[in-house]
Design a protein around this ligand. Structure first.
Ligand SMILES: NC(=O)c1ccc[n+]([C@@H]2O[C@H](COP(=O)([O-])OP(=O)(O)OC[C@H]3O[C@@H](n4cnc5c(N)ncnc54)[C@H](OP(=O)(O)O)[C@@H]3O)[C@@H](O)[C@H]2O)c1
Length: 268
């Protein structure tokens, strides 16, 4: 668990559901996650599967208060408060635990007053950002009445945005990493495979564990129950210093404080 600036706690490990098709596949994935012990689910307005997430949460029987639910404002839309109300209808719940600006389209601060309105109305207990650089995070913090509580960005040994993690921690913002497996592309790396063999763990568990040991909340995605359970096993072991150092050496970002390279910003 990591502590948010509003005093609540966010689980270190959750299930992400980007590219999990709406309907039975998504419901099954969220159900499997809750059965395996996950209590953090990460969806977004852009993913088109909030209704399936909501159905799975309801039918699980897990009390709502034990679940940490994140959704994200689609910055191509105008009004974060109105979009929050629509999300809550789809999710069939009275509030989300965290509402993130999905990316800084149109500038870092444009969505923030609407995010604060969703928070003031009690619809979003926590608010934050995603894909914001250290400079963009500072811009929001400078104008915010309620500062961002989380910044979610791409993070893995290959994309070790350590400058951004440090900027988040210095500002009291919880860093959360997405694509810890490189959307599947890092699983076959020989360094990762060697550490997995030496520790008796899988490549996915090694990659997820690395983020956890860096103090970063992490949200791997799978639509398959067996892999969802496997990924949760990243909580039950540790990597030694030598393995962590070998993984650190895979970074391709020079430990940037940017959230994306200039040519990766799909919104600009
Ligand atoms: N804020 C943002 O802009 C943003 C952007 C990207 C992602 N995210 C969030 O972060 C989450 C995770 O990122 P991601 O979806 O890019 O990818 P990821 O978690 O890095 O990797 C997911 C891929 O790895 C496969 N996989 C998962 N566990 C596996 C295992 N144990 N063994 C073998 N293969 C495995 C999955 O396939 P199967 O499903 O077939 O198992 C899928 O193809 C997303 O779902 C989303 O919630 C946020």
């Amino acid at each position: 668990m990591l502590k948010l600036a509003n005093g609540s706690e966010i689980p270190a490990l959750g299930l992400g559901v980007w590219q999990v098709p709406d309907g039975p596949v998504c419901e099954r994935a969220v159900t499997a996650a809750l059965e395996s012990g996950y209590r953090l689910i990460d969806t977004a307005q852009a993913y088109g599967n909030e209704a399936s997430v909501g159905r799975a949460l309801r039918s699980s029987g897990v009390p709502r208060g034990e679940i940490f639910l994140t959704t994200k404002f689609h910055p191509g839309r105008r009004d974060p408060l109105a979009e929050m109300e629509k999300s809550l209808e789809r999710l069939d719940t009275a509030y989300v635990d965290l509402y993130l600006v999905h990316w800084p389209q149109g500038g870092a601060t444009v969505a923030w007053p609407g995010m604060e309105a969703a928070h003031a109305a009690g619809l979003a207990k926590g608010i934050g950002v995603s894909n914001f650089s250290a400079a963009e995070l500072a811009e929001v913090s400078a104008v915010a009445e309620v500062p961002p509580m989380v910044n979610q960005f791409q993070y893995s040994p290959f994309v070790d945005r350590r400058g951004l993690v440090e900027a988040c921690l210095a500002a009291g913002v919880v860093p959360q990493g997405y694509s810890p497996l490189g959307t599947g592309e890092h699983l076959d790396d020989p360094v990762v495979a060697k550490i997995a063999a030496a520790t008796g763990r899988t490549a996915a568990q090694v990659l997820i564990r690395w983020s956890l040991q860096r103090g970063v909340s992490v949200i791997p995605k799978s639509s398959r129950p067996a892999r969802i359970e496997e990924n949760f096993g990243a909580l039950d072991f540790s990597l030694d210093e030598e393995s962590m150092a070998a993984l650190d050496a895979l970074d391709t970002t020079q430990h940037t404080a940017e959230a994306k390279a200039a040519d990766e910003k799909w919104w600009s």
